[in-house]
Design a binder for this molecule. Sequence first.
Ligand code: 4AD
Length: 457
Amino acid sequence: MKHTDIKEVLTNKEFIGQQVTVCGWVRTSRNSKNVAFVELNDGTSLKNVQIVIDKADDPDYKDLPRVGCSLKVTGTLVEGRNSAEINVTPADIVMLGDCPQDYPLQKKGHTLEFLRTMPHLRGRTNTFNAVMRIRSVLAQAIHQYYQERNFVYVNTPLITGSDCEGAGEMFRVTTIGYSNEYKTEDDYDAADFFGRRAGLSVSGQLEGEMAATAMGKIYTFGPSFRAENSNTPKHLAEFWHVEPEIAFAELEDVIEVAEDMVKHVIGTVLEKCPDEIAFFDAHFEKGLKARLEELISHEFGRVTYTEAIELLKKSGEKFVYPVDWGCDLQTEHERYLSEKVFKKAVFVTDYPKDIKSFYMKQNPDGKTVAAVDLLVPGVGEIIGGSEREADYDKLIAAMKDRNMNLDLYSDYLDLRKFGTVPHGGFGLGFERLIMYVTGVQNIRDVIMFPRTVGSIR
Ligand code: 4AD
């Protein structure tokens, strides 16, 4: 259908005085004595274009399109009071799809909770338009960051036979129902599609390490799945995961890439999405733009886990979860550190080995591992990573400590046998980054179709 994007019509001055055809959905419409006005939006821009309908030849004009109708309109683009408008007569309007009055987005100002009940329609609101545009620009900026620095984009499998994080959060993939016919779970797994137990991957890291120890620097960008029973504003059962993996790298190198990448992608959004950032600054978080500008122009904070525990203990705050060396940091602790102590993004390093995954490099103190999390104000953890244990014997020992089935990880262990190298990487939760960039506080509102515990459609 030949037409021009409303974004082009509103921003490209060359169209002024020309005849243009636009398509879109009616956001508002109103009749007055000699003219009628329709605000049309096609999703290419946060701003609507105003259609001014001259009723001179049709004083009884009654077919004013209702909110939600889809139209194709041809008319002359003129400079309006605030932005460009299109002058038309009723005959220049083609109704593509009528919309009855029970269209749920009749009015503005619906709550995000209400909009969550209609994932198929909420994309038509300004909030979701802005979120999705920022999401798209961030994704492109992530690819650009890595592509320009010799990282190879690798697609790791979504169906896997090994649990990367070992936290028992894998969704099971099966084509057969369990029955008494199987004597043991092993029998059941053996009869299943792959001949052994399979699940949806919680992380592409293990395969990412195989790729990085061949191609040097790689990144993945795809969905990860977690069957966590966490009904919180920052957990999804299906989230998008960016996982760079770097050979010949130690923890410091991993941290450097993480900080540089986060700054690069946020800088790109500030440059490419000024309208969307202004929208979130006005409606979601006052001072958002200044906060993002501040973030990209200052060094991130640094603290070890042990120091962080001391800071939390002497804070005098009443935390719901008690703080002691060895405990996992909860969102309330993470937010206290980034919001109250550092007042910016902060890397926490060297966590106790018992609360982290088997693959992390063991520090000489015998108690901690070379792990890193990046905590940001408003969200908490957005990145988790580490230097990997490159020593075969130490890795085996850590796996045995966790009662892991070594047979399932034989390919992974081979990497430590055949030319092992110091290497490391991290995982960035893409939706958590979007929350941070937009100020939107619930992860369900930064992905078109959220999957969370107890909720799918
Ligand atoms: O800290 P995590 O579990 O680390 C890993 O998966 C490593 N294998 C990454 C690596 O080193 N390659 O997860 C990494 C990030 C978290 O910091 C968080 O931002 C995000 O993934 N994440 C989730 N995001 C949304 N919903 C969930 N249920 C998430 N679980 C983790």
